[in-house]
Design a protein around this ligand. Structure first.
Ligand SMILES: NC(=O)c1ccc[n+]([C@@H]2O[C@H](COP(=O)([O-])OP(=O)(O)OC[C@H]3O[C@@H](n4cnc5c(N)ncnc54)[C@H](OP(=O)(O)O)[C@@H]3O)[C@@H](O)[C@H]2O)c1
Length: 292
């Protein structure tokens, strides 16, 4: 591959959200094929550790510290690639976060951050790098969705909505580019044993306790092989497939009630804005009997 000046460019697998968790595991799987991997996230320590994994697995590693909240994130990444004579052959969008709790009680800025990272940055990266892939007729995009993308999710509303976007966007792009030799795959895991569960607070909700947690290595293997086979959607593991099926099949009234209940904790602040815990306010027996 060459650039406009005829300089040769090395194809790279660019993993956004590579400092830990599923992104770091996917970087390792790609490295086993001898890939040049560009690891992107904020934490320098996490990126160095991921780079060691990549080298140990037989790949070449570059690290680029980037905050996806920067509005020019894709341009900065492009500049880094150009400066290192690299071209984005495969883009993995794994950066993301969630927050559990009623939307009316969570900080607005933190919730908008979910839209910025999970939706805006993923879209920005995809739209920036996909046209080049189509022009070259190779490579593709692997986007991290979730089984949360199959249903609205009360008490984690922004996260579920962001993952519904990722699924819809990725599946549509898959269809648009599939005749060009380029793959767009959405991987939609159930709970995965990473820091995400603790950081988002999801790990403490009944729903995430019921569902078995897969390892990031297993999810990475399934995601990468599905992407290599140009699959539109990959749901790794039987429990996640079942959950996705149930989430797609149940009537909305039933599933929102069920998920809302399974994702609520009694100590959550009441969504009515009283500042009291839910169980002492609208969730109390008296309130449920219609007393308040
Ligand atoms: N774990 C699960 O149960 C699960 C289930 C289904 C789907 N997923 C999805 O899978 C993806 C990966 O999740 P994970 O479990 O691997 O989570 P994780 O362990 O928390 O890793 C998240 C990654 O995103 C990066 N990131 C977050 N905010 C960023 C920002 N502003 N700028 C740059 N990088 C940022 C983090 O790096 P820095 O903090 O170093 O920047 C980290 O590398 C997410 O999209 C998540 O929604 C996770």
């Amino acid at each position: 591959m060459t650039d406009e000046q005829g300089e040769s460019l090395r194809p790279a697998v660019v993993v956004v959200g590579a400092s830990r968790g599923i992104g770091r595991a996917i970087a390792k799987v790609a490295a086993r094929e001898g890939a040049t991997v560009v690891l992107v996230a904020r934490s320098s320590d996490g990126l160095s550790a991921a780079a060691n994994d990549v080298k140990a697995a037989g790949g070449q590693a570059f690290t680029f510290s980037l905050d996806l909240l920067a509005t020019d994130a894709s341009r900065r990444l492009q500049d880094f690639l150009t400066a290192n004579s690299l071209v984005c052959d495969v883009l993995v969008n794994s950066a993301g976060y969630g927050l559990r709790g009623p939307a009316t009680t969570l900080p607005i800025a933190d919730q908008l951050g979910i839209v910025d990272v999970n939706v805006r940055a993923l879209t920005d990266m995809t739209l920036h790098f996909l046209p080049g892939m189509v022009a070259r007729g190779r490579g593709g995009v692997l986007n991290l969705g979730s089984i949360a993308g199959f249903t609205p999710g009360p008490n984690m509303a922004l996260y579920y909505a962001s993952k519904a976007f990722v699924r819809s966007f990725s599946e549509a792009l898959h269809q648009e580019v599939k005749s060009t030799g380029v793959a767009v795959t959405c991987v939609a895991p159930g709970p995965v044993a990473t820091e995400f569960l603790e950081k988002s607070g999801a790990g403490r909700a009944a729903l995430f306790k019921i569902l078995p947690k897969l390892s990031s290595d297993y999810v990475a293997e399934r995601a990468w092989s599905g992407f290599k086979s140009s699959r539109r959607l990959v749901v790794p593991g039987l429990s996640a497939k079942l959950a996705a099926f149930v989430a797609s099949s149940l009537p909305a009234t039933v599933k929102v009630r069920l998920i809302g209940r399974l994702q609520r904790r009694s100590r959550d602040l009441c969504p009515c804005g009283s500042g009291k815990p839910f169980k002492e306010c609208c969730g109390s027996r008296k309130a449920r009997r219609g007393g308040i």
